[in-house]
Design a protein around this ligand. Structure first.
Ligand SMILES: [Zn+2]
Length: 296
């Protein structure tokens, strides 16, 4: 009798907790939304600030964005190096906040001794201060760990569900990562050029051969000298592919690749066409397929 009651209690408890109000999370950019929704599933509603087609490098908050942020149970962003437009508003809001790039630096204490003087400390294993951290699956696994820990503290009643979902997320992400590594292994030497310098973490993680990028700032068109330079690199290094981005005009790229035997592909650093159902793993798989298609 007692046993039966216990089972009943557990199932009632799980029903009531899933019916309870979901945690409201607001993220800055879609790839983070994909990571968090895939991790948190039914535990949270994950909203995103920057609409499809806009760049986090150049965005200004609307009043509706401020309302969204003010109601968030947790705000997750990369940090001032990426979403600079958020720095000031976030200090005014006083909502629970998770800044991913800063957290990573804290974890990075073992590098402290070897760090150059005067460096801010936004330094990680990849050697530079690349804020496009969602393009490295292992950095997103770290991010997921932080989200789990922060939410477990904020909502102790969710901590066991968070733990279980984190394990599932991690297992699935690592399996995807491994599959992509072997899928892309044959193309390690095939050179390519990207539009803006967003993909370096992905390139390093999968040991790919990125030869050049057109621009650091995607809002800035590359100058004539830079274009001539890239044309030269494409010819000399026998680049196989130039990757464009859906957010930016490709006229310049078309012009300089005309007459060269180089393919054109698309890579989207903001995952615009990826559905929540595909999730972050689906986003990585989509990019891997695009890379393979253009490089083979
Ligand atoms: Zn960028």
């Amino acid at each position: 009798m007692k046993k039966l009651f216990l089972v009943l209690f557990i199932s009632l408890f799980s029903i009531s907790s899933s019916a309870a109000e979901k945690v409201k999370i607001v993220t800055s950019i879609k790839p983070l939304q994909l990571v968090l929704q895939e991790l948190l599933q039914d535990l949270a509603d994950v909203d995103v600030l920057i609409p499809a087609g806009a760049s986090p490098h150049h965005y200004s908050l609307k009043p509706s964005d401020m309302r969204k942020l003010a109601q968030a149970d947790l705000i997750v962003w990369v940090g001032p190096d990426m979403e600079q437009f958020l720095s000031r508003p976030l200090t005014k809001l006083n909502r629970p906040l998770l800044q991913l790039l800063e957290g990573e630096v804290e974890q990075d204490k073992h590098h402290e001794a070897g760090r150059e003087e005067g460096h801010e400390g936004h330094h990680h294993d990849h050697g530079d201060n690349d804020p496009h951290i969602w393009l490295d699956p292992l950095l997103m696994l770290e991010a997921a760990t932080k989200v789990r820990d922060v939410l477990s503290q904020q909502y102790p009643e969710l901590s066991s569900s968070l733990g279980i979902q984190y394990e599932q997320f991690a297992a699935s992400l690592l399996a995807t990562d491994k599959a992509i590594s072997s899928k892309l292994a044959p193309y390690k030497d095939r050179g390519f050029v990207v539009f803006h310098d967003a993909f370096s973490l992905l390139v390093e993680h999968y040991s790919l051969n990125q030869l050049a990028y057109f621009t650091v700032d995607p809002g800035q068109a590359p100058g004539a000298k830079k274009l001539a330079n890239i044309q030269e690199v494409i010819k000399k290094e026998k680049a196989v592919c130039v990757f464009l981005e859906p957010q930016f005009e490709a006229a310049v790229v078309k012009r300089i690749t005309q007459g060269l035997s180089v393919k054109r592909g698309h890579l989207d650093p903001l995952a615009i066409d990826i559905s929540q159902k595909q999730g972050y793993s689906g986003y990585l798989q989509d990019m891997a397929a695009r890379i393979e298609n253009c490089l083979k």
